[in-house]
Design a protein around this ligand. Structure first.
Ligand code: B12
Length: 298
């Protein structure tokens, strides 16, 4: 398994972090309950992603999250989506990055999927922020600051997700020229990684020819395009078929989403799957993998 982060902890650090004895941690390491590596001198080291997997699967409270490099207070809160939305909105508006991270991490540690957290907490909060900005209730700087906080938050989640294996399916994604909206692309990247894929968001505002070149060169299993803004409908309808045709000839699945793609546009284009939200993509990926496993077992 390729590692996401080099952060590892000693049994003593983890024991202090979750309030159990060091002997218990060592026993769990040796039984394989906690994925462990060894230093050159034979000492046990527990990678951060193994700590997170363990916390998600067991009911241990994080007593000292700071020891594990996690935000103060993480792992303590039990949120309903509704409460999480309310507190996440206030934290983001106030620019409280620690609180924002804590809420998302709490939800993740409590077993919520990345897709669920994105669609049910983060996205509605950004929609609400857009409406408030439109009504002059939120300043431009608050919105921009919130986007930056979200970037850092989503990157930090990527670090704690289990790393995909070298044999994992590959996905790449982007937005086209004229589309500066980065959050949906990053959310898709994380969701695919949570499903065990190697996923790379190549960024925003890519000219169509370079997207096609990337698909031809990387030959991913899936390409995702997020369309939140377009230069013009005409330019989109001219450029998009080039992406579809490249995917078709390279046998790459094309997942499409984004608020600009309405029914009139959908009637004029082709894709492998259209998603209104991130959970739709997760459902599609899960179904595809179940189909592949079924076929492999026959
Ligand atoms: C942040 C923001 C910006 C930032 C974006 C920065 C960044 N790095 O992303 C910046 C500053 C660039 C920006 C600029 C502008 N913005 Co703006 N922006 C927003 C805001 C507040 C949040 C956008 C966001 O990230 N939402 C969160 C994402 C995750 O939600 P989502 O887009 O709905 O995506 C979901 C689904 O569509 C789906 N999805 C999307 N893509 C894909 C792809 C795949 C493969 C899958 C599976 C799923 C999927 O999954 C997501 C999760 O459920 C929105 C409010 C809103 N309603 O979204 C306004 C909003 C979109 N902006 C608006 C406006 C007016 C503008 C500007 C014109 C402002 C200006 N005068 O300059 C410019 C236009 C820029 C352009 N070139 O188009 C308006 C648009 C109004 C309209 N009718 O179109 C909105 C709605 C605000 C409002 N209420 O008025 N904006």
């Amino acid at each position: 398994m390729a590692k996401n982060t080099n952060k590892t902890f000693s049994p003593k650090q983890l024991a202090q972090g979750i309030g159990v004895s060091e002997a218990s941690i060592k026993r769990w390491c040796d039984k394989g309950i906690l994925a462990t590596s060894r230093t050159g001198g034979g000492h046990r080291r527990i990678p951060l992603e193994s700590v997170i997997t363990f916390l998600k699967e067991n009911q241990y409270e994080l007593i000292r999250p700071d020891i594990l490099g996690l935000p103060t207070g993480a792992g303590r809160g039990e949120w309903t989506y509704e409460q999480a939305r309310k507190h996440f909105a206030s934290a983001l508006e106030a620019g409280d990055e620690v609180k924002s991270r804590q809420i998302v991490l709490d939800l993740y540690l409590a077993g919520h999927s990345i897709a669920g957290i994105c669609d049910r907490v983060i996205t509605p909060v950004f929609h609400q922020m857009g409406d408030k900005w439109d009504h002059g209730e939120v300043a431009v700087y608050q919105e921009r600051r919130a986007v930056e906080i979200l970037h850092r938050l989503l990157y930090s989640l990527r670090e704690i997700l289990p790393a995909p294996s070298q044999a994992a399916a590959l996905a790449i994604g982007a937005t086209l020229t004229g589309d500066p909206y980065s959050l949906p692309g990053l959310m898709v990247e994380l969701t695919l990684q949570e499903s065990g894929w190697q996923a790379f968001f190549y960024g925003c505002e890519l000219p169509v020819d370079t997207i096609c070149a990337a698909i031809q060169e990387s030959k991913p299993d899936l390409f995702w395009l997020s369309v939140s803004a377009v230069e013009s409908i005409e330019s989109f309808l001219k450029d998009y078929p080039k992406i579809y045709e490249t995917c078709e000839s390279e046998k790459v699945l094309l997942a499409l989403g984004g608020r600009m793609i309405n029914h009139t546009i959908r009637d004029q284009i082709r894709y492998s799957v259209f998603c209104d939200n991130i959970e739709h993509l997760q459902t599609f990926i899960t179904a595809m993998e179940a189909m592949r496993n079924k076929r492999d077992n026959h």
